[in-house]
Design a protein around this ligand. Structure first.
Ligand code: HEM
Length: 516
């Protein structure tokens, strides 16, 4: 989410946390519970510790600078919120007070790196309970310590292998199936974000449980969309008794999505129990590539995961990659449409691949590896768009950085956006310029790499980082080789509560002659 948001990892969840915490702050304001909402744990420290905090202003009582931050993120140019504070305090790390809590805000790449690496030790990520309820207590996003380490590495094993031929072939088929009717039957317009969401949802379902798009996926998706809405709604107390509120509906929807996953998992457990006697060929069985995430989970750690653990785990993966990857696809197309030279170069790259392969051959890993300019476009879209503008952490101990001490318990926001759009780190930082990522550029060295953290880093590094690139590359390949398009309506990027386009980017498509 935007820096405007508060808490967590996934832009969605960051935005969601913003809503949840803001709602809590508003309630706190109304009830005026002795100002308790405003008092982050840091407040309890003695006044003598205060001067050692990074410089800053905590704004109005209780509300702090929340309204200013939201106001900034509701404009087409939210950057002044950070720029002004960095300039005023002469420091890339400053203190503010947002979403009901004093928060140290970092626009400093070195401090951001430190925070990412220190996850689980000096800092840990935390979510409000309303978010945790929707995710489920055993979600990867909420687990910590050794359990998190095991689950994270399991996820990386599964998602970090997009080179696996069945996965690439499936992405190829899914993208083509989604595009099948585009530009036909006298209906040239599509809302790109909606189409991208279908692709990412169906892909994740397939990776989790190997179910192809059809009535089952559509019925789960209908509930899932309500669940996602819940992340941005106000979590009224006892919301489960208020099914007419968005949060109440989300709780109901969560039950249904979890129920559908539970049913599939139980069935798979039964099947496994039936076949386990038959396939006791030891090592071979171990080496065989697992067909999906549920199979991976059923066999992990000697089969000790409970059904509920598997349900929460699957649900967290469904939530994590959905908005981010779909908005990335949509914004890449928007930026390309607005930068015709980049679009022409991208088309050339993909027409060359098609020229070699022939018209209908599925893409292979070697094709993906020969899309260097596409990778520049994706990196630049990630840098400019900042789908997750940063991550929230809480200090588990006093943290010393430069001359400052950030007290134990204090909330910290590591802003990726502030670094990615900083003119000192990137020339013309606020302009979409995919050529800056070409191989001879200094962004390719270790220092450049350390500035660029769209997928976070450290123990919570996004396990879907390569998968997201593959999906977007395949999508762009088929889009530019099969279609030309223009905007059907003027659309613009908005940043609150999440980064996306206001209208979902409607475009008018025409089929290119080879695919008419
Ligand atoms: C453009 C696409 C994406 C972006 C920008 C993105 C970004 C991120 C970031 C910044 C984090 C770190 C959060 C933190 O440190 O607190 C994260 C975590 C995570 N991402 Fe992604 N992500 C993307 C796509 C995906 C996909 C496709 C999946 C899986 C299907 C995924 C699954 C996850 C999971 C499970 C986590 C939590 C990891 C943990 O807490 O250990 N992401 N993502």
């Amino acid at each position: 989410m935007d820096a405007g948001g508060p808490a967590p990892p996934l832009f969605l969840l960051a935005a969601a946390t913003a809503t949840a915490v803001l709602a809590a702050a508003a309630l706190g304001w109304l009830l005026l519970a002795g100002g308790r909402t405003a008092a982050g744990p840091g407040r309890r420290r003695s006044a003598s510790a205060a001067p050692r905090l990074p410089p800053g202003s905590t704004g109005l009582p209780l509300i702090g600078e929340t309204l200013r931050l939201i106001a900034a993120y509701k404009t087409p140019n939210p950057e002044p919120f950070i720029d002004e504070r960095v300039a005023r305090h002469g420091s890339g790390v400053f203190t503010t007070h947002v979403f009901g809590e004093r928060t140290v805000f970092s626009a400093d790449p070195a401090f951001n790196r430190l925070l990412l690496a220190a996850e689980g030790r000096a800092v840990s990520c935390s979510y409000p309970s309303s978010i945790a309820t929707l995710l489920g207590p055993r979600s990867l996003l909420l687990t910590a310590g050794p359990a998190h380490k095991r689950l994270h590495s399991l996820t990386l094993t599964r998602l970090g292998r997009p080179a696996s031929p069945p996965l690439l072939a499936h992405i190829d088929r899914l993208v083509l199936a989604t595009m099948r009717d585009w530009g036909r039957h006298g209906a040239p317009a599509v809302r790109l974000l909606d189409e991208a969401k279908k692709i990412t949802f169906n892909l994740t379902v397939w990776q989790l449980v190997s179910i192809e798009p059809g009535p089952w996926t559509e019925s789960v998706r209908r509930e899932y969309v309500k669940l996602i809405d819940g992340f941005f709604s106000i979590p009224f107390p006892f919301a489960y008794l208020l099914p007419f509120t968005a949060y109440g509906q989300a709780l109901k929807a969560r039950k249904k999505v979890a129920g559908a996953l539970r049913e599939v998992i139980r069935k798979r457990m039964d099947e496994k129990a039936e076949t386990s006697g038959a396939s006791k060929n030891g090592e071979d069985e171990e080496k065989r590539e697992k067909k999906d995430m549920v199979e991976e989970l059923l066999e992990a750690e000697g089969g000790s995961f409970s059904v509920e653990e598997m349900v929460d785990f699957c649900l967290s993966l469904l939530v994590a990659g959905y908005e981010t990857t779909s908005v990335l696809m949509t914004l890449a197309v928007k930026f390309l449409t607005e930068t015709p030279t980049a679009l022409a170069q991208l088309k050339e790259e993909h027409d060359n691949i098609r020229g070699i392969k022939g018209k209908d051959q599925p893409l292979e890993w070697s094709d993906y590896k020969s899309m260097p300019f596409t990778q520049c476009v994706i990196s630049e879209t990630l840098r400019v768009a900042n789908l997750i503008s940063g991550v929230f952490r809480r200090a588990n101990t006093d943290i010393h950085f430069k001359d400052y001490v950030i007290p134990k318990g204090c909330k910290i926001f590591a802003s990726f956006r502030a670094v990615h759009l900083n003119l000192e780190h990137y020339e013309n930082a606020r302009t979409f310029d995919p050529w800056r990522w070409q191989s001879k550029n200094k962004l390719q060295n270790a220092e450049g790499a350390s500035l660029f953290t769209p997928f976070g880093g450290g123990p919570r590094l996004c396990p879907g980082y390569e998968l997201a690139r593959v999906v977007v590359s395949v999508f762009l390949h088929h889009l530019v080789t099969r279609f030309s398009w223009e905007e059907a309506e003027e659309d613009r990027i908005v940043f609150f509560p999440t980064t996306r386009t206001l209208k979902g980017y409607p475009i008018n498509l025409r089929r290119r002659p080879d695919y008419a």
